[in-house]
Design a protein around this ligand. Structure first.
Ligand SMILES: [Zn+2]
Length: 376
């Protein structure tokens, strides 16, 4: 029988407005305030050239707390995909506000990396200042890039010049043709595995290491380069049931690292089929970068998603995000506002129901990782 993860035991006294923010700048403030109150040491990594939506500085903020020199360190990353940073930030802030005095922190350190993609966070986009999907950027750029012929085939339909019902229909037709020829798993893989041929396309992995990629290496080396066991959480949204966690572990099946993550979070860690599909071979994940940067450490953990609208609407939101970046100036301000509100709601639902569910789960999952790591 499948063992499912226990429900969060603790009732949080926090409400969503304590932890969620309405802007990137406010999310930074909440994170810094909560980290200071928890006694963390704080560092800032300021983007050398890009600026935020209202001209603000773009920064990756890092908080380190607990036993910072311990052999065991938990790494928690938010905002790899910009718009998903709101939930990831709230997850970090919620944990800081509710759990910092846990006695187990005598044995482990916790490194919170806030806003890995600050440009996307501030501008409300999945991708960064170069339209790069950071979660496809951690490949070896000295080697030939992974090919994605399915994506090459669909690229034109996925990147319409005009945003209207006709362009919706032409994407649906192209996807239906592809589906009939190659099947649902191949279609899903073509759409999300990542691609390196179309800088103006979806899931573009870049043609070199992005600033956030280089900076993450620096952050990890400076703070947890000494660790031998690292637990990993990277908060995302968009896959899974509404408000519920969904795990994507990239540790080898049957490895000790995978078993550790199952011990912390339940066997659901290993039976994940994103949107019911066979899991694609994603290229260039942040997790692979973390493994490479911490080559002396064993790294166990997962990307943890919180479900929002489901796959169809999620795919539309991604195309809409990309369309607004390249063609948004062509439409009037009202249409932009309407589209941006829809886009934001697709990955950061406004309802307190969703936000409280995210907070409760996120705090419990982080606590489980801390306690599990102490015993690993
Ligand atoms: Zn994501």
């Amino acid at each position: 029988m499948r063992k499912s993860r226990k429900k969060p035991e603790r009732i949080l006294l926090l409400i969503f407005t304590d932890c969620f923010s309405a802007t990137y700048a406010s999310a930074r403030n909440k994170f810094v305030d909560a980290a200071q109150a928890a006694g963390a040491t704080l560092s800032q990594y300021i983007h050398p050239s890009a600026v935020g939506k209202i001209g603000e500085a773009l920064t990756i903020d890092v908080a380190h707390l607990g036993n910072r020199s311990a052999d065991r360190q938990l790494l928690v990353i938010s905002g790899t995909h910009g718009q998903e940073g709101y939930a990831g930030s709230a997850a970090q802030v919620g944990w800081l506000l509710s759990s910092p005095d846990k006695p187990v922190l005598g044995d482990v350190g916790v490194l919170l990396v806030h806003g890995l993609n600050p440009y996307g966070f501030s501008h409300g986009s999945r991708t960064n200042e170069n339209n790069v999907d950071l979660n496809r950027n951690f490949v070896d750029h000295t080697q030939p890039y992974p090919e994605n012929p399915g994506c090459d085939k669909l690229h034109q339909a996925l990147t319409p010049l005009v945003w209207n019902r006709e362009s919706f229909d032409s994407v649906s037709r192209a996807e239906a043709d592809f589906l009939a020829e190659e099947g649902a798993d191949a279609l899903f893989s073509a759409l999300v595995a990542g691609q390196y041929n179309h800088p103006d396309g979806l899931m573009y992995g870049g043609n070199g290491r992005e600033w956030s990629n280089l900076t993450l290496e620096r952050i990890l080396c400076e703070h947890i380069g000494h660790a031998s066991k690292v637990a990993f959480i990277e908060w995302h949204t968009g896959i899974g049931e509404y408000g519920k966690p969904f795990f994507l572990s990239f540790n080898e099946l049957h490895s000790d690292e995978r078993r550790q993550a199952e011990n912390w979070w339940g066997e659901g860690v290993s039976d994940a089929r994103p949107h019911g599909m066979e899991r694609p071979t994603y290229s260039g994940l942040v997790f692979y970068g973390v493994q490479a940067f911490l080559s002396k450490a064993r790294v166990a953990g997962a990307v943890i998603e919180f479900g929002t609208r489901g796959p169809e609407a999620g795919a539309v939101a991604m195309r809409q995000d990309r369309w607004l970046r390249f063609h948004g100036e062509a439409v009037n301000a009202e249409m932009q506002t309407l589209m941006r509100a829809d886009l934001r709601d697709s990955l950061n639902p406004a309802s307190y129901l969703w936000r409280h569910a995210v907070l409760d789960h996120a705090v419990a999952l982080t606590d489980s990782a801390v306690c599990g790591l102490a015993r690993w």
